[in-house]
Design a protein around this ligand. Structure first.
Ligand code: CDP
Length: 226
């Protein structure tokens, strides 16, 4: 049976860590939509285009070819930019790019196509509300801003990405604000999503909770199809 799982939530809530593990355990395809907005942002910066100039960024759409490959590899025009897209300079600009409707429509088309073929777990900001409104499972994963900043700081340091805790916390707050105040497909919980506050949960506990929610939904779906 094909299952679609949407995990949304604010910046650095640990969605992708959890989604990757759940995808491995359940044999689903993991789709990191944030990586696509980050890749577009990286390309604008590479081209020397100001990310706050909507028209100039939108004009680049025809030249941007993003591919997500197994092993969490992100390619832009066949160049591997998996590491570059996690740099603070990209994080600092990505919410501008993600607020441009034309760029969202361009990337959402590709996300829907990827979800069409397999059982997927997709994480982002607007998956349950806009990209996959009929997803079987919708989870909105939150944690306090302080917890999220520490999680991202630890992650960056372990990956060798230099940063300070203060700048990470500021980035998280800024992105949350822009992401939830944009006009088109803003960050917000879908009406039928399950809220998961992970502030005091370990990764394994969150993974377990998500799998429990999925298994319950799958059993319901099977019973309805029987
Ligand atoms: O991992 P983290 O929570 O830091 O962010 P991400 O999932 O990599 O997403 C980076 C940025 O892309 C977000 O701050 C949003 O501005 C944007 N984004 C979005 O608008 N819609 C999505 N479905 C996914 C990401």
């Amino acid at each position: 049976m094909k299952i679609t799982v949407a995990i949304d939530g604010p910046a650095a809530a640990g969605k992708s860590t959890v989604a990757k593990k759940v995808a491995e355990i359940k044999g689903y395809t993991y789709i990191d939509t944030g990586a696509m907005y980050r890749a577009f942002t990286w390309y604008c910066m590479e081209k020397g285009v100001d990310c706050q100039n909507e028209a100039a960024c939108v004009a680049l759409i025809p030249e941007v070819h993003i591919k997500l490959r197994p092993g969490h590899i992100v390619l832009c025009n066949d160049r591997d930019i998996s590491k570059e897209i996690r740099e603070p300079r990209v994080s600092g600009n990505v919410s501008y790019i993600a607020s441009y409707k034309d760029i969202r429509l361009f990337l959402v088309d590709q996300q829907r196509e990827m979800a069409g073929k397999h059982s997927v777990i997709m994480d982002g900001r607007d998956i349950g509300t806009y990209v996959l409104p009929n997803a079987d499972v919708k989870i909105f994963q939150i944690a306090s801003v302080e917890t999220r900043a520490i999680r991202r700081y630890d992650e960056n340091i372990s990956k060798g990405i230099p940063c300070t805790l203060e700048e990470i916390e500021e980035d998280v707050r800024k992105r949350d604000y822009i992401d939830s105040h944009r006009d088109f497909a803003p960050l917000k919980p879908a009406a039928d999503s399950i809220l998961l506050d992970t502030s005091f949960m370990s990764v394994d506990e969150v993974v377990e909770a998500v799998i429990e929610i999925i298994d319950k939904k799958v059993a319901e779906k099977e019973a309805n199809n029987a």
